[in-house]
Design a protein around this ligand. Structure first.
Ligand code: V47
Length: 388
C-alpha cells in the first residue's frame, strides 16, 4: 500500500486518493505525473492499477509479423522504414505467395500461430481487391488464425484509392476475415506537430473516426502513441485523453502501445536532450502514466522490440501487462535502429516474464487466453473478459 505521507510530500495526495478509489484522473493529474521527480512513486501507482486489473498475469502471443510493402505515399519524417518510390533502393513489395510462405514457415511442426499481424506502407498501386484476395487466401488456408491487419491510416488510404467510404472498406475486409486491427499510425494527435512530422497522413480526427467505425462493426483495435521526438508532455497527455474519450464512445480498443521513437535513419532533427540513447526513465514513466490515464483500456503493451527486452521486463512493474509476441520478423523498428532480436521463442518469452516475477499467459490477437494457458488470469481481470 503506497505511503500517504510520502505522496503528500510529492504533492500527489489527490492522485493517490483517486487511484485507490478508482476515480478518473484529469489532464492536470497527467501533467503532475510527468512532472513528479520520483519515477518509482509514479510507477507504484501504475502497478497498483495493473495488479488490480490483471493480478500477476503477463500476456504474450505466438504471432508472425508481415510487412507487405514499405512503399508509401505519406512521406512521414520520422519513418526509417518507408520508401517513396518502388524503384528506390531498399523498396520492397511482397507477393501473396511470399506472404503465405512466411506464414507456412512460421507454423512448422506442432507450432500454431495465434495471430497474424500485417501492416505496410500506403502503396499507390495496391487496391483493395489485392488485400481482399490475400485475406481470403490466408483465411482459407488457416481458418482459425486471427487476422490482425491494417492501421486506420491504411484503411483511409484504401478508401481514397477506391473512392469509397472507410466504413465500406472495413465492411469488405471484415467479410474476408479481418478480425482485429493494430494500433499504428496514431503517432501524436496534436495538429501542429502532426503537420510537421506526418503532414500527408490521415489526421487525428480521421484516425479516431476509423477506429470507432471498426468498433461499430465488431472489429477490435489497438491504439498507440509515438513519443520521445518533438512532442511536449502536454501533447502526450492530450493524446492519451483523446484515446480515452474515443474509448468511452466506441469501446473497442483492447490494448495501448506507447512507442518510443527510435532515431536511426530518421529525417527528423531532435533537440540534443532527446537524441541520446539514455531515455529509459522517460519510457517507463510514459508506460506508467498511460496505465493511469487510460482507465477504460484493458491492456498496456511493453513492446519488447522497441523498448528492448530489459526495459520491457521492467515496464511490467510500471503498469504494462503484455509484451506482444514471438514476432519472427520485424522491420519498422529495426530499420530505425532497434537493437533487439527479430523474434523470440515461447520459452524465451515465458522465461523473460517469470524472471520479472510474473506469470506468463499465452493469448491470441484479441486477448483470449489460449487453451493450455492459465485461464484464471483472464477470469481475474474483468476488462480482459469484456474484450472476448
Ligand atoms: O505506426 C514508425 C511507429 C508504428 C518509428 O497494435 C516508429 O499490437 C519508433 O504500431 N521509432 C508501427 N516507432 C508499430 C505498431 C505496433 C507494433 C506492435 C504491436 C502493435 C499492435 C502495433 O511504429 C508506426 C509508427 O507509429 N514507428 N517509425 C520509429 N522510428
Amino acid at each position: 500500500m503506497p505511503d500517504k505521507a510520502y505522496y503528500a510530500a510529492l504533492g500527489l495526495s489527490s492522485i493517490l486518493e483517486k487511484v485507490l478509489s478508482g476515480e478518473r484522473l484529469s489532464y492536470e493529474d497527467g501533467l503532475a505525473l510527468f512532472a513528479c521527480p520520483d519515477l518509482t512513486a509514479v510507477g507504484a501507482l501504475a502497478a497498483e492499477v495493473r495488479f488490480r486489473l490483471h493480478g500477476d498475469a503477463a500476456y504474450y502471443v505466438v504471432n508472425r509479423q508481415v510487412n507487405y510493402t514499405n512503399v508509401c505515399v505519406n512521406g512521414c519524417l520520422f519513418c526509417a522504414f518507408r520508401r517513396d518510390h518502388a524503384d528506390e533502393d531498399g523498396a520492397f513489395q511482397l507477393s501473396k505467395e511470399d506472404i503465405l510462405a512466411r506464414l507456412e514457415a512460421a507454423q512448422g511442426g506442432t507450432l500454431r500461430l495465434d495471430e497474424m499481424h500485417m501492416v505496410g506502407g500506403c502503396h499507390p498501386g495496391l487496391g483493395l481487391a489485392w488485400f481482399e484476395d490475400l485475406l481470403r487466401a490466408v483465411a482459407d488456408r488457416w481458418p482459425d488464425l486471427p487476422l490482425k491487419a491494417f492501421t486506420p491510416v491504411e484503411i483511409a488510404h484504401f478508401a481514397a484509392l477506391e473512392g469509397i467510404s472507410t466504413l465500406e472498406v472495413l465492411r469488405r475486409l471484415k467479410a474476408c476475415g479481418l478480425r482485429m486491427m493494430p494500433g499504428g499510425g496514431a503517432e501524436i494527435f496534436d495538429a501542429g506537430l502532426r503537420a510537421h512530422i506526418c503532414p500527408h497522413k490521415a489526421d487525428a480526427e480521421a484516425w479516431l473516426r476509423i477506429s470507432g467505425e471498426a468498433h461499430s462493426l465488431g472489429i477490435l483495435t489497438n491504439c498507440t502513441m509515438l513519443f520521445g521526438h518533438l512532442e511536449s508532455h502536454a501533447m502526450r497527455v492530450e493524446h492519451l485523453l483523446r484515446l480515452r474519450a474515443q474509448q468511452d464512445e466506441s469501446g473497442g480498443f483492447t490494448c495501448f502501445i506507447p512507442l518510443p521513437f527510435l532515431t536511426e535513419n530518421s529525417r527528423l532533427t531532435l533537440p540534443e536532450e532527446r537524441s541520446g540513447p539514455v531515455r529509459g526513465l522517460d519510457q517507463l514513466r510514459t508506460v506508467a502514466v498511460s496505465r493511469l490515464l487510460l482507465d477504460n483500456i484493458p491492456h498496456i503493451k511493453a513492446y519488447w522490440i522497441m523498448l528492448g527486452p530489459k526495459l520491457a521486463q521492467t515496464a511490467l512493474w510500471y503498469g504494462a501487462d503484455d509484451l506482444d509476441g514471438t514476432i519472427v520478423e520485424e522491420r519498422i523498428g529495426h530499420m530505425a535502429g532497434a537493437a533487439s532480436a527479430q523474434g523470440m521463442t515461447i520459452a524465451e518469452l515465458e522465461a523473460m516474464i517469470r524472471a520479472s516475477g510474473f506469470r506468463p499467459v499465452r493469448r491470441n490477437a484479441v486477448f483470449e487466453a489460449m487453451p493450455g494457458a492459465e485461464t484464471d488470469a483472464c477470469a481475474a481481470a474483468a476488462p480482459c473478459k469484456e474484450t472476448r
